[in-house]
Design a binder for this molecule. Structure first.
Ligand code: GTP
Ligand code: MG
Length: 196
């Protein structure tokens, strides 16, 4: 798949407004500010395909992109943003759970976590929801450029040990949009999911 050809399709305000549930979809999820939109831009080699921001909670809509006919990438709004009212947070978390459980075309989930503080409660919930419905997961430990090599490896090891106990099809890789690290692994995983 040529990810450089990816183009924007539409934004949906919520799960109910997604396009028809056919083809293959891979979603990018993670805490607000984890680097989801940046990863999509790096993967597709486009500066501003997905909007990135220093302000957490930038992506408020579900943004859909098409790699080619019937192959979609989904940029989900980040979860866990402190300044969002509790009520709204709960609503969004519920919607995410429903999306993971009910979206038939969803064949893979990329969960992005800042390598400096991975596997927070909501991250664990996302991974366990995915495992519950046999949805394969690729965890990307983002912003790896922010840590020295030793610290990076220690974090990778710790998260890998954690997911071993969770079971399911869960892989963990390091990633940096800034240093273009881990893109080959991401691409290989997406190729695999899209070619099923
Ligand atoms: P929301 O849409 O708000 O949920 O955030 P997001 O997960 O889409 O994060 P986004 O890609 O907008 O990135 C958030 C901030 O982290 C921006 O300031 C990015 O420049 C920065 N960032 C993203 N990836 C990296 C990386 O690999 N290295 C470094 N150093 N900074 C990064
Ligand atoms: Mg974003």
């Amino acid at each position: 798949y040529n990810y450089h050809m990816t183009h924007f399709v539409m934004s949906a305000p919520d799960i109910r407004h997604l396009p028809v549930d056919t083809g293959i979809e891979v979603a990018f999820a993670g805490r607000s500010n984890a680097g989801k939109s940046s990863a999509l831009n790096t993967l597709t080699n486009q500066k501003s395909l997905a909007r990135t921001s220093k302000t957490p909670g930038r992506t408020q809509l579900i943004n859909l992109f098409e790699v080619e006919d019937g192959c979609r990438l989904v940029d989900l709004p980040g979860y866990g943003y402190a300044e969002v009212p509790e009520e709204l947070k709960r609503k969004w978390q519920k919607a995410l759970g429903e999306y993971l459980q009910k979206r038939d075309s969803l064949k893979g989930l990329v969960v992005l976590m800042d390598i400096r503080h991975p596997m927070k409660d909501l991250d664990q919930q996302m991974v366990s929801w995915a495992v519950d419905v046999s949805l394969p997961v690729l965890i990307l430990l983002t912003k790896a450029d922010k840590l020295a090599s030793g610290a990076r490896k220690a974090q990778l090891k710790e998260v890998r040990e954690f997911v071993q106990d969770v079971g399911g099809d869960v892989e963990v890789e390091m990633f940096s949009s800034l240093k273009k690290l881990g893109i080959d692994k991401l691409r290989a995983r997406l190729d695999h999911w899209f070619s099923q």
